[in-house]
Design a protein. Structure first.
Length: 234
């Protein structure tokens, strides 16, 4: 697990009240290159469709009642993995339309990200999660299971849990290892930590992990066969 804290290059993109890009700092221009050469366009113009939904969510959060609570998110831009934060800028003049500051950190190297030549997707070897005032990059081996939680996922390790803004589907498409299996609509399990599967109350099948303090994870009936094939010794 790597810790990402302290000095780093930070890109800054300034947005108008209608989400047009009206300014960038030198690092943002360098990192984004020709893609950001023409200012004045909507910020959505610079992102592919899937990332647009994430950006829209960030902007909506920043525009609402929680505008004083910055939100971090991972997006792909030009085959780079960026940790993006958006916040509302308080203006001196009440009549002035609000502005938004979008800052980003390039975490491509920290996540071990590479472009899959077959799918064109940026795939991750480590998972970027937020922990208090720093970012952590979790090795897959440290993860026991991942649970869907609204717009986020919760990643459970031996000692703690962290929030990650990726869907379960995106996690499976971006992580290249074979040890993660979706066992339920809300859960992904790390097969390397599975001790056994068993039936409990009312015939529910659950996964028991190799540590007693890790809670069991439910297995959907239609996933039991796939799980048994992935765990031939059970």
């Amino acid at each position: 697990m790597q810790n990402f804290k302290g000095y780093c290059n930070i890109g800054l993109v300034l947005l108008s009240s209608d989400f047009r890009v009206i300014g960038v700092n030198s690092y943002a221009r360098k990192a984004l290159g020709s893609a950001i050469s023409e200012l004045g366009r909507s910020v959505f113009h610079y992102h592919h469709r899937k990332s647009r939904l994430k950006i829209e969510y960030l902007l909506r959060r920043s525009s609402g009642q929680e505008s004083d609570m910055p939100v971090a998110m991972i997006v792909d831009v030009l085959n780079k993995v960026l940790m993006i934060n958006v916040c509302n800028i308080e203006m001196k003049e009440e009549s002035t339309d609000p502005l938004f500051a979008m800052t980003f950190i390039d975490v491509t190297e920290q996540t071990g990200a590479e472009v899959n030549p077959r799918s064109g997707m940026v795939e991750l070897k480590k998972f970027p999660v937020c922990c208090r005032d720093s970012f952590l990059f979790l090795d897959a081996s440290s993860i026991y299971f991942i649970q869907s939680d609204g717009n986020y996922c919760r990643v459970f390790t031996e000692k703690s849990s962290y929030y990650l803004h990726l869907t379960l589907k995106n996690i499976l498409s971006r992580y290249t290892g074979s040890n993660f299996l979706r066992v339920h609509k809300s859960f992904i399990a790390n097969l390397d930590h599975v001790q056994k599967i068993k039936r409990v109350n009312k015939g529910q099948t659950v996964i028991i992990f190799d540590r007693e303090d890790i809670p069991p994870v439910p297995v959907a009936r239609r996933r039991i066969s796939d799980l048994k094939k992935a765990l031939p010794l059970i």
